[in-house]
Design a protein around this ligand. Structure first.
Ligand SMILES: [Zn+2]
Length: 269
């Protein structure tokens, strides 16, 4: 896909979506960070709209009803080794802070075991270095199970065992929980709230305003291998009403078709 298709689409979605200049908080959620360059380029691109703040500052802003500007936080799920090797140096260099969703079973194994691709994971020394560089840690469950498929006892066990392991290895009690696979329900929310977690993070897309509930914090998943314009389009489409989203997606399909049609391909002579 060439860049040329993204330009009209990004202007169209900018036109139909709500402004990003009004105060709100957003959480960008990363998994594999393929290289330093793509991560730094991403941060610089979205710095057009956002000031990057630690996750905790964003939470405080929504809790105190004081989201007075456009702020974004950076969340890293699962503890990929690539997050340590590629994201941490960039965060350090630019003076930004990220929150890391730790899965103790992955850290112990050194791999994201059970995943389709068992990518290498950070070890506990790396998790500690992450924290010592001014970054935060979150509980991402002990073994990354889908909590919506678990009993109350199993959910408690996943959260408590992870909290204990993270404390044992880093000295920190984590009060922020990130849902494995982004799956949550009123049942899981109630259990984690009762356990005393201050926040629960999801992969529901979109902006958050003052007084957004802390037991379903949004997270916009980002794929750093995608063109940035495409990422912006995805974020903006996620914020549209269902009717407008349908219309925008129909337009995108037409644009794709036109580009695939050899009659519209300038390379075909
Ligand atoms: Zn995860």
């Amino acid at each position: 896909m060439t860049e040329k298709i993204w330009f009209p689409l990004v202007f169209f979605t900018r036109w139909i979506s709500k402004s990003w200049k009004v105060p709100h908080w957003r959480v960008f959620c990363f998994h594999d960070v393929p290289d330093r360059e793509s991560f730094e380029t991403f941060l610089n691109y979205f710095a057009k709209w956002y000031t990057y703040v630690p996750f905790t500052n964003g939470v405080q802003a929504i809790m105190n009803g004081r989201v007075s500007t456009t702020i974004a936080s950076l969340r890293f799920d699962d503890g990929f080794l690539s997050q340590f090797e590629h994201a941490l140096p960039v965060l350090h260099q630019l003076g930004y802070s990220g929150i890391l969703g730790v899965v103790p079973k992955y850290v112990d194994a050194g791999r994201l075991i059970g995943n389709r691709v068992p990518d290498p994971a950070m070890n506990w020394t790396m998790v500690k270095i992450w924290q010592e560089h001014g970054n935060e840690l979150a509980n991402h469950s002990f073994s990354h199970r889908r909590l919506v498929e678990c009993s109350a006892e199993e959910i408690e066990n996943e959260a408590i065992t992870a909290a204990r392991e993270i404390h044992k290895n880093t000295g920190t009690w984590t009060l922020d929980f990130i849902y494995p696979h982004g799956r949550f329900s009123p049942f899981t929310q109630r259990i984690l709230t009762n356990l005393g977690f201050a926040t629960q993070s999801t992969i529901v897309r979109g902006k958050m305003n003052s007084n957004h509930p802390t037991d379903r914090i949004h997270g916009d998943q980002v794929d750093l291998t995608r063109p940035l314009l495409k990422t912006e389009i995805i974020l903006r489409l996620g914020e549209l009403s269902p009717r407008l989203r349908k219309a925008a997606l129909a337009l995108k399909r037409v644009a794709h078709k036109r580009l695939k049609d050899p009659r519209h391909d300038p390379r075909v002579t």
